[in-house]
Design a protein around this ligand. Sequence first.
Ligand SMILES: Nc1ncnc2c1ncn2[C@@H]1O[C@H](COP(=O)(O)OP(=O)(O)OP(=O)(O)O)[C@@H](O)[C@H]1O
Ligand SMILES: [Mg+2]
Length: 228
Amino acid sequence: MIKLRNVSKIYPNGARALIGVNLDIAKGEFVFIVGPSGAGKSTLIKLLYREEIATRGQVFINNINLVRLKNRQVPALRRNMGVIFQDFKLLPNKTVFENVAFALQVIAKDKKEIKEKTLSVLDLVGLSKKANAFPAQLSGGEQQRVCIARALVNRPELLIADEPTGNLDIDTAWGIVEILDRINKYGTTVVMATHALHIVEQMNKRVVRVEGGRIVEDRAEEEVRIGI
Ligand SMILES: Nc1ncnc2c1ncn2[C@@H]1O[C@H](COP(=O)(O)OP(=O)(O)OP(=O)(O)O)[C@@H](O)[C@H]1O
Ligand SMILES: [Mg+2]
């Protein structure tokens, strides 16, 4: 599903964020991207949703070459992926329901379908009872669950998360990761950049370690439990 071939990203100021990266992620995988601050994790994530474009090499999602993708084709690409971030980026003047439904309204679905899909995804993240609350009335963990619901409401094949638990305490962070795990078990591919090594250590998932813009380690699921 995701294929990077000899990818380098050099920012306009000369920062070499990624150097010669090769990576394959199959449909249905759950992959953690780890590594120190400044390693290139967010840059890698940004290449996947075409927020940034590789300076060299090729980035494919479902055989679509993102390096060659035209700007007007980007919305269609993103319709098939959900993206979540550390900071919640919810619309403060809209309710939980409206924040999630908004993602569907953009692509003009009928009202009944919007309502059904929104309520179903709020149920999935355990927020049915908060549908009419505003973001400011929610805890950090609840706000992040709204973001997950918003990312999932279009039923994307791929969910990309950059440090989704970064602002949350350990228990709340686990709640988020458990939701991502459940979503993955339903078939969505999940790629998550994180500093939360305590979580990575306890989840039996593939771990890709980035350092200085290069992939320095790529461990398959079964090996993880042996120890980090
Ligand atoms: N927009 C930008 N312009 C210039 N340099 C950038 C830009 N974004 C990132 N960089 C540089 O690219 C390198 C990789 O940054 P990136 O944000 O990908 O790291 P990261 O692994 O996500 O770090 P963190 O764990 O702190 O989030 C860093 O040296 C950073 O300073
Ligand atoms: Mg980052």
